[in-house]
Ligand binder design. Structure first.
Ligand SMILES: NC(=O)C1=CN([C@@H]2O[C@H](COP(=O)(O)OP(=O)(O)OC[C@H]3O[C@@H](n4cnc5c(N)ncnc54)[C@H](O)[C@@H]3O)[C@@H](O)[C@H]2O)C=CC1
Ligand SMILES: O=C(O)[C@@H]1CCC=N1
Length: 258
């Protein structure tokens, strides 16, 4: 049994708890300063509490408060060396956290698909932590990265769901405008993204070849692809990632200077 405490049960903390609630082998504790937030997550947790001391026997403590709240929490918690503190706050560096706790600190960039156990996560640590490896595998897929790359991971898999939602919305909105029923457009757009992602995952060939396979000669797809090829969409999507990456670096500086 792995005991996982979550400090801050808002969007990210509750997603972790919701995902873990459907897997055997975890005891979960949700801690938050807001009782209303705890009310919302109590069906996913073995225990909810506003008492910070309740996390003292946890194997893994997930820190999912806003970056500017991290120093407040670190001043309040008292963890020991056998515990793992997993900080998920965007921009907050591992060294900043580990300077203020005896626990082993790892840095995680999760995403909200944890609730469905479809999370893409990036983790940075000195040494693999078996309990965390198990937990991240149970919640989706993860990669181990050097912490110097955490800002771009934050943009890619942390912020990334919002970018993908936006693209799904763009496609379904136009389909509805062209006359398709709203619910049908939603079903088709969603499954098209899921299917395309699975095709990319399964393919041995580059994405260009997958695109080619959809483009029948003189067919429909190439007409649409030409609009994309002639546009700046590629660069704009890249710029969205860069903007999120830069903001992650700024957050680090803001927290460090408090
Ligand atoms: N929302 C997302 O998609 C992702 C968020 N993150 C990171 O997770 C962290 C939380 O983000 P969200 O869940 O979106 O924010 P949120 O605002 O939804 O949740 C934060 C929670 O922290 C609680 N809180 C405030 N002060 C506290 C304290 N002193 N002790 C305990 N709990 C306290 C709040 O009551 C709230 O429930 C951020 O650092 C963010 O960078 C990381 C990846 C994805
Ligand atoms: O927008 C944010 O700052 C957080 C971090 C990654 C996703 N949400």
């Amino acid at each position: 049994m792995i005991t996982v405490s979550v400090i801050g049960c808002g969007h990210m903390g509750s997603a972790l708890l919701e995902g873990l609630a459907t897997v055997e082998g975890y005891r979960t504790i949700g801690y938050d300063v807001d009782p209303a937030v705890l009310d919302d997550v109590k069906s996913y947790c073995d225990r909810t509490t506003t008492d910070i001391d309740a996390i003292s026997d946890s194997d893994i403590v997930a820190l999912t408060v806003k970056p500017d709240i991290v120093p407040t929490v670190l001043a309040e918690i008292n963890l020991h060396a056998e515990q793992t503190l997993m900080t998920a706050a965007a921009g907050v560096e591992r060294s900043f956290v580990s300077n203020q706790t005896d626990a082993t600190v790892i840095r995680l960039m999760p995403n909200l698909a944890a609730s469905l156990r479809e999370m893409a996560a990036a983790v940075a640590w000195d040494e693999p932590d078996p309990a965390v490896e198990t937990m991240l595998s149970d919640l989706g897929s993860y990669v181990v990265i050097d912490e110097t790359h955490m800002n771009i991971a934050t943009a890619l898999n942390g912020s990334g769901p919002a970018f993908v939602y936006y693209l799904i919305q763009s496609m379904q909105t136009r389909a509805i405008k062209e006359g398709l029923d709203k619910s049908d457009a939603q079903t088709l757009a969603i499954q098209t993204f899921i299917g395309a992602a699975e095709m990319v995952r399964a393919a041995d060939e580059p994405i260009e070849s997958l695109i080619d396979a959809v483009c029948s000669p003189n067919g429909t797809t190439i007409e649409g692809m030409n609009v994309l090829f002639d546009s700046n969409v590629d660069a704009e999507v890249g710029d969205a990632l860069t903007a999120a990456t830069e903001r992650s670096a700024e957050l680090a500086a803001e927290v460090d200077h408090e």
